[in-house]
Write a protein that binds this ligand. Structure first.
Ligand SMILES: [Zn+2]
Length: 352
């Protein structure tokens, strides 16, 4: 298996003073790794190559001592009013505005959360449109949903976000909204087919959770049961929730990727020809990139012949390889006889 290089790997090689193109020659490169190599080559041509990653973060840094729900109230207040937390609150407002502008939320729907300590999270308030939140609207809660700070009341759907964070220690941020195309699949109880668009394969791992009343512990439980191997959950008859191991923007990107994908699939289904799908080896390459980015997927480790799982999806889309491989040798004798009889009848009709 070839090694997969991300942009971070390329930067690490550059930092040692070595030429990254030699090391990357036989590797599978992520798009960002390819960009990093190109930047390096251009910089060398212009004589401005750096020997290390000199990116400087201008934002205030996280507290040196991580907080938790048992931290003194004064420390939690100080954190909540810090420049660092202000930056996170502004990120929540920014993502909320982007969700609203893209029509992923309606009324006061949708909510966002960022893990800010061992068992505490910053989240959006209830009864405020996600397009018009202010930093001072945000709330600090523990993982049971008890609110410590913030003038407005926390969202009632926070329990689901917190259950995801409890069950998936890598989840640093969660996003929930109701994007119409994805929610259409959730209402139909149908996970989108696979093997069609690279971004979807690499960045999203989608599953469906059954319907329960929004905001109830039962709903959160059903979603949490899926977050080990999936980062984007379609909630039946409701919407989508995603988590990220990077940032709130990355959690939101899952929504954009899923929504664009569902929309594209509906267009494809209307074009009157079977969709062309990527081959299992092509999918295998994408899954290698996905694994190197630390994104979970139940298909990691599967063989190529097992990789396409869209047999149940109906509108004219067929997978490149036989989708299900049941370990049944030969059909049931009755079924076989019935198939034989029907086939003979059809042939007899055709030969008339
Ligand atoms: Zn909702």
């Amino acid at each position: 298996m070839n090694t997969v290089f991300t942009a971070r790997d390329i930067e690490a090689i550059i930092a040692t003073g070595a030429d990254p193109s030699a090391a990357a020659r036989d590797a599978v490169l992520t798009p960002s790794a390819r960009d990093a190599l190109r930047d390096y080559a251009n910089a060398r041509k212009n004589g401005t190559a750096k020997t290390s990653n000199t990116a400087i973060s201008t934002s205030a840094s996280a507290p040196a001592k991580p907080l938790n729900s048992k931290s003194p109230k004064a420390e939690l207040d100080a954190f909540f009013n810090s420049a660092y937390c202000q930056g996170l609150k502004e990120q929540l407002c920014d993502i909320g505005r982007r969700m609203w502008q893209r029509e992923y939320v309606d009324g006061n729907g949708g909510n966002l959360a960022i893990r800010v300590g061992e068992d505490i999270a910053l989240c959006t308030p209830t009864l405020v449109s996600k397009g018009f939140m202010k930093p001072e609207d945000m709330c600090l809660v523990d993982f049971e949903g008890n609110q410590f700070c913030g003038g407005k009341k926390r969202t009632s759907e926070i329990l689901m976000h917190l259950q995801i964070m409890k069950r998936q220690p890598r989840a640093v941020a969660t996003a929930h909204c109701h994007p119409p195309y994805s929610t259409g699949f959730a209402v139909a109880g149908m996970a989108p087919p696979t093997c069609m668009i690279p971004e979807y394969e690499v960045f999203a791992s989608v599953a469906i959770a059954p319907y329960r009343t929004p905001g109830t512990p039962e709903m959160g439980q059903l979603v949490a049961d899926l977050v080990d191997k999936h980062n984007t959950i379609l909630m039946a008859n409701h919407g989508v929730v995603s988590w990220s191991h990077n940032s709130i923007e990355d959690a939101y990107f899952k929504m954009e990727i899923l929504e664009a994908y569902c929309r594209t699939i509906l267009v494809t289904a209307q074009l009157g020809v079977p969709a062309k799908t990527m081959t299992p080896p092509q999918l295998q390459d994408l899954l290698k990139i996905k694994q190197s980015l630390g994104i979970p997927d139940p298909r990691h480790g599967l063989k190529e012949c097992e990789l396409c799982d869209n047999a149940e999806w109906r509108p004219g889309v067929q997978c490149a390889v036989p989708a299900t491989v049941p370990a049944i040798v030969g059909l049931d004798a009755d079924a076989e006889a019935a198939v034989q009889a029907i086939t003979s009848q059809i042939l007899a009709q055709l030969n008339k």
